[in-house]
Design a binder for this molecule. Structure first.
Ligand code: F6P
Length: 549
């Protein structure tokens, strides 16, 4: 296990940063660039095909040195080693955290409880590859002898967001004769719309659930079973039209899925870190086993970079430390993720679970109340769309919103001037945010005095710019691993457990209780009395709903 680390507030680098922040806050990026033009090329780093420009951040060399010192005093290296070597760093669940093993090469060995997990990982990958090839080639036939044309992934949270994001991101590489749909919401509309134009004889459901107990997923899976049987009649047909991606063999088999068609993973893979496990079967069917392995290689390259590169040039560490800087020293509440790549349209949504389920914690590993803000709110939309919607607030609102711009040198769909226009906008937005436009500059344009304040851009709004050659499976893997390890870095600084998610439990328990009260009205009595432990508001709302049934 890692050495005992001092509480955050008593780490010397933290105290130094508190003082240092006082001197940085009044400074303008405009002046920082004027006095140190070299920062535009100095505050950059690259790895795994990704180029990071972090010069438009409100930092100096001293800030960087102090943040890196903070990482050292927080035991970032030791914690990372503990993760990479299979120690049980998810202490509240007593689990190892080994998504890095999912992309380890065959030659590696990672021990958990005395067992090397890498051969098991590759056994599942090989089984997924063989299955994907059968679907892609048309060799896998449905119950009535027709090849599978439609793949419907049923899952939620990590069992949905990763697969749907990766499918959209890598659509360019996908098998275009196959149709992919993703059902997550327990709202019946999601299922109904996903299957309305599909033929059960040609449809394969991937039931993706680590636990195989999640209410939404199991409800959708049972509806899919009913939908399939309505046409195919025979229960034996289920084995040809359903496979499971899960850690729970018992419940998979009870559902009626042949465990030969179950693709397993392990309790040391967190849901939000599982898109490169069996949960990624839809991705593999879409892009093929070779492309999937190229994506894993991208993840792995970033893992090695994070584990071995000095912090000064370590992309995930830098990104994570900058997030801590704004969250704790500038009161920033959010981080905007702004991919200038339409294929990455679901990337911000994917990152929301990764970052917010991981670092949305209010106590430290020791169970003490944290003394600083932790995980910021991640959000975003692809550019340039966001520019015509919420960028106004980022440019001229009262909040500080650090932005991550993501762009590519080359497009996968060359079309006239489109890509140059797109990229001109990435660079322009980051420039406008950082340097703004002063009142004098506005006046010099002949703007009437009354309008001057409205047209001033204060600037001094920080951003990172990430660039890569073009969007490939390898780049996507590296990009995801970059954020995974940035989240890890933040969690280590805050001394929180980034790998549990107890905060999702209470709502689930209450929903189960309320469902039974809705389905068995006798369980809820007076519309005004707080019966069954509910407050009067909740009781009233339930009764209003029940009255409409
Ligand atoms: O409720 C939150 C959560 O547990 C996520 O962490 C997870 O990704 C999701 O539900 C789905 O869980 P499962 O894969 O077990 O269905």
């Amino acid at each position: 296990m890692t050495d005992r680390i001092a509480p955050l507030a008593s780490r010397p680098a933290w105290k130094a940063l508190q003082q240092h922040a006082e001197t940085i806050r009044p400074q303008q990026l405009r002046d920082l660039f004027k006095t140190d033009p070299a920062r535009g090329t100095r505050f950059t780093a690259q790895a795994c095909g990704l180029f990071l420009d972090y010069s438009k951040n409100r930092i100096t060399d001293e800030t960087l040195a102090l943040l890196i010192e903070l990482a050292k005093q927080s035991g970032l290296r030791q914690h990372a080693e503990a993760m990479f070597t299979g120690q049980k760093i998810n202490t509240t669940e007593n689990r190892a955290v080994l998504h890095v093993a999912l992309r380890a090469p065959r030659s590696e060995s990672i021990m958990v409880d005395g067992e090397d997990v890498v051969p098991e990982v590759h056994k599942v990958l090989d089984k997924m590859s063989a299955f994907s090839d059968k679907i892609r080639s048309g060799a896998w036939l449905g119950y009535t002898g027709k090849p599978i044309k439609n793949i419907v992934n049923i899952g939620i949270g990590g069992s949905d967001l990763g697969p749907v994001m990766a499918y959209e991101a890598l659509r360019h590489y996908s098998h275009r004769d196959l149709t992919f749909r993703f059902v997550s919401n327990v709202d019946g509309t999601d299922f109904a719309e996903a299957v309305r134009d599909l033929d059960p004889e040609e449809t394969l459901f991937l039931v993706a659930s680590k636990t195989f107990t999640t209410l939404e997923t199991m409800t959708n899976a049972h509806s899919a079973r009913t939908w399939t049987l309505a046409k195919l009649k025979q229960t034996e047909s289920i084995a040809r039209h359903f496979v499971a991606l899960s850690t729970n063999t018992k419940l998979v088999s009870e559902f009626g899925i042949d465990t030969a068609n179950m693709f397993g993973f392990w309790d040391w893979v967190g849901g939000r870190y599982s898109m490169d496990s069996a949960i990624g079967l839809s991705t593999m069917i879409a892009i093929g086993p070779d492309n999937f392995r190229a994506m894993l290689a991208g993840f792995h390259e970033m893992d090695v970079h994070f584990r071995t590169t000095p912090l000064e040039n370590n992309l995930p560490a830098l990104l994570g430390l900058l997030t801590v800087w704004y969250t704790d020293f500038f009161d920033a509440q959010t981080v905007a993720i702004l991919p200038y790549e339409q294929y990455l349209k679901r990337f911000p949504a994917y990152l929301q679970q990764l970052t917010m389920e991981s670092n949305g914690k209010h106590v430290t590993l020791d169970g003490e109340q944290v003394v600083t803000q932790t995980g910021p709110i991640y959000w975003g939309e692809p550019g340039t769309n966001g520019q015509h919607s919420f960028y106004q607030l980022i440019h001229q609102g009262t909040r500080l919103i650090p932005c991550d711009f993501i762009g590519f040198y080359k497009t996968l769909n060359p079309l006239g001037r489109h890509h140059d226009i797109l990229m001109a906008n990435v660079f322009a937005q980051a420039e406008a945010l950082a340097f703004g436009k002063t009142a004098d500059e506005v006046r010099a344009e002949g703007v009437p005095e009354a309008l001057v304040p409205h047209k001033v851009f204060e600037g001094n709004r920080p951003s990172n710019t990430l660039l890569a050659e073009h969007l490939t499976p390898h780049t996507l893997g590296a990009l995801i691993a970059l954020y995974e390890h940035s989240v890890f870095t933040q969690g280590v600084i805050w001394s929180i457990d980034s790998f549990d998610q107890w905060g999702v439990e209470l709502g689930k328990v209450l929903a189960t209780k309320i469902l039974s009260e809705i389905e068995n009205p006798a369980e809820l009595e007076s519309p005004t009395a707080p019966t069954k432990g509910h407050d009067t508001s909740t009781t009233n709302l339930i009764n209003l709903y029940r009255a409409t049934k």
